[in-house]
Design a protein around this ligand. Structure first.
Ligand code: SF4
Ligand code: SF4
Length: 290
């Protein structure tokens, strides 16, 4: 947790709680049962008043930020007051937005230039719930997505690629096109090997070389259907070349690392690199020689 903002960083966030009502199999920051909301709220309000007005994006993250209830609304109002031109990027599992009235109040508090990252683990509810570690997650998150769309909130749909969903990625793309066409973009995300993804590695871990062809089919399909799509956290050398235009430099700057062989790579400047926090590199890293 940072105590100050860095205008040059791509990762300025307010961390609002370590608690979560999901227990995702690959959570990189396992939820804690702690009474931390009041203390972090006070700290974040103080921190906000030190924020440079030119900050492009401010993340609001946890745990699950909506566990703050009405305090999240107050916090978003304060962000808007202190940083009128800054984009707010809230990360949430989306379940609390099943409450249409709460969703409307959140949307009004955050105003314009507000987007929410919501996880979508599978088009099959059983898999989504297993991955999220909660039997109601799918239904509540789906209802939440529709309520957010009703309020015109920009949605970044986040698919963390794992052993339980990678074969379904093309089917998930079709589902998104048919049922969630209002999302602003879909991000397919490589997993960080830390936290619960280490503890649950046998159930959840899959290497990019296993999922690359399914990822490609999903990305190309969404793009063909004129839906915005991105790939986060997967190095270019592990992606088919026609996926490269969709790959973003998505890893927070303080977590990004390049390994020795990256120094000889022709596309290092465009590549996201690796998570310095992962306990193991992806397999098959090889420099690109043009
Ligand atoms: S919703 Fe996010 S914070 Fe909660 S358990 Fe899942 S990955 Fe972790
Ligand atoms: S060798 Fe390194 S810099 Fe090059 S594509 Fe692979 S991970 Fe990226």
């Amino acid at each position: 947790m940072r105590n100050e903002f860095d205008i040059n960083s791509n990762d300025n966030v307010l961390f609002v709680t370590a608690q979560c009502n999901n227990h995702c199999l690959m959570c990189c920051q396992p939820p804690l049962k702690v009474d931390d909301i009041e203390e972090l709220y006070e700290r974040n309000i103080q921190l906000l008043h030190t924020a440079p007005k030119e900050l492009k994006v401010l993340g609001v993250t946890g745990g699950e930020p909506t566990l703050l209830g009405d305090k999240l609304i107050s916090l978003l109002r304060e962000v808007r007051f202190c940083l009128p031109d800054t984009a707010i990027h809230l990360l949430s599992n989306g379940r609390a937005f099943k409450d249409a009235a709460y969703t409307k109040r959140i949307s009004e508090a955050a105003g314009n230039n507000f987007f929410i990252g919501i996880p979508f683990h599978s088009d099959y509810s059983g898999d989504h719930n297993i991955i999220a570690g909660s039997k109601n997650a799918y239904e509540e998150t789906m209802t939440g997505l529709y309520n957010l769309a009703d309020n015109g909130v920009e949605i970044e749909l986040r698919v963390v690629i794992n052993k339980l969903n990678y074969i379904r990625l093309p089917r998930m793309a079709e589902y998104i096109f048919k049922n969630l066409p209002f999302v602003s973009w879909t991000a397919f995300m490589g997993m960080e090997r830390t936290g619960l993804s280490v503890r649950n590695a046998d159930r959840i871990w899959v290497e990019p070389k296993e999922y690359a062809r399914y990822l490609r089919d999903a990305v190309v399909a969404l793009d063909d259907w004129r839906m915005d799509v991105a790939i986060y956290n997967v190095p270019l050398c592990l992606l088919p070349r026609d996926c490269w235009p969709f790959a973003k430099q998505s890893i927070s700057d303080w977590k990004t690392k390049y390994v020795e062989c990256c120094e000889a790579c022709a596309v290092k400047e465009q590549c996201c690199g690796h998570f310095s926090t992962s306990t193991k590199l992806y397999e098959g890293i090889v420099p690109i020689i043009n």
